[in-house]
Design a binder for this molecule. Structure first.
Ligand code: NAD
Length: 274
């Protein structure tokens, strides 16, 4: 029997007893982060727009972390405020939110350059990637206040394309991630005296379905991107998740308004090793 299963045992770990919501939790970064959060003692609400994928993801978490605290799932489209509000308020019964990871995002196949991007794809991308992060941040703050919490950590997923321009354009996506960085910085400053921290995560291209499905078997398309990594490889979702655990935990208590770039030095490289 694990320590957490003993009656009355206090949860252990770097996030012991914290209530966390992870959006986009059915795959990639969100799933790996949910698993690490649970391993570190957090109660985790996994949220995603895809119910079937979410069921599988929750089952995986429970299998990998059998002594997890509370773990539950919630189907939510983050671009719809009423759904985000209901999701966050569902955690009132757990004692309110301590950690909010606004991670859900899309990069649409029809996203292109200034000429080729359809307006509806622009709007869809901003609605999910930007408004979704706003709604998540807003309702996290309202929950923290409602439960009179002295501290809280909100982490918003941006991207390295918010920092460096890409000649393989996805203009709506890039603009959306720039907005996430700017919004997160301002939220960090506005709410600092309440003890609520806001940080951005800027992942480089990863081995997750979001990018890999899009690259498919196109070797040239893949090589065009891999060449920019000094390490010669894409990142793994779990490498992002470890950074998110740090930002969620009290270990990062003086880290606020930070753009946490987890990119294997991709944004620092001019010429990469042969
Ligand atoms: P992923 O596609 O594996 O996961 C994204 C999840 O978000 C999916 O489970 C999807 O169902 C969910 N989702 C989509 N629209 C939603 C909505 N409206 N409401 C709720 N959930 C929704 O991708 P990932 O790589 O893990 O991406 C996570 C985040 O990381 C995204 O914000 C993405 O833009 C960002 N990111 C990814 C990469 C990469 O290379 N994979 C690089 C930089 C940034």
């Amino acid at each position: 029997m694990g320590a957490l299963e003993e009656a009355g045992a206090a949860p252990r770990g770097r996030l012991a007893g914290k209530n966390a919501i992870v959006t986009g939790a059915a795959g990639g970064i969100g799933l790996e982060t949910s698993i690490l959060f649970a391993k570190e003692g957090a109660n985790v609400l996994m949220a995603d727009i895809s119910g079937p994928a979410l069921d599988k993801a929750l089952a995986k978490l429970k299998q990998l972390v059998p002594n997890a605290g509370r773990a539950a799932s919630w189907v939510c489209d983050v671009s719809k405020e009423a759904q985000v509000q209901a999701m966050v308020e569902s955690l009132d019964s757990w004692g309110g939110v301590d950690v909010m990871f606004n991670n859900a995002g899309i990069m649409h196949a029809r996203d292109d350059d200034a000429i080729g991007t359809p307006e509806e794809i622009w709007d869809l991308t901003q609605n999910i990637n930007v408004k979704g992060v706003w709604f998540g941040s807003k309702h996290a703050v309202l929950s923290l206040r409602r439960h009179k919490k002295a501290k809280g950590s909100i982490i918003n997923t941006a991207s390295v394309v918010a920092l460096v321009g890409s000649a393989t354009p996805q203009l709506a996506y890039t603009a959306s991630k720039g907005a996430v960085l700017a919004m997160t910085r301002e939220l960090a400053v506005v709410h600092a005296r309440e003890g609520y921290r806001f940080n951005s995560l800027c992942p480089a291209p990863l081995n997750t379905p979001l990018l890999q499905d899009w690259l498919g078997d196109d070797v040239a398309k893949r090589a065009r991107r891999e060449i920019h990594f000094p390490s010669g490889r894409f990142g793994e979702a779990v490498e992002q998740a470890h950074a998110v655990v740090f930002l969620a935990s009290d270990e990062s208590s003086f880290v606020n308004g930070h753009d946490m770039v987890v990119d294997g030095a991709m944004t620092k490289a001019y010429v990469t090793p042969e």
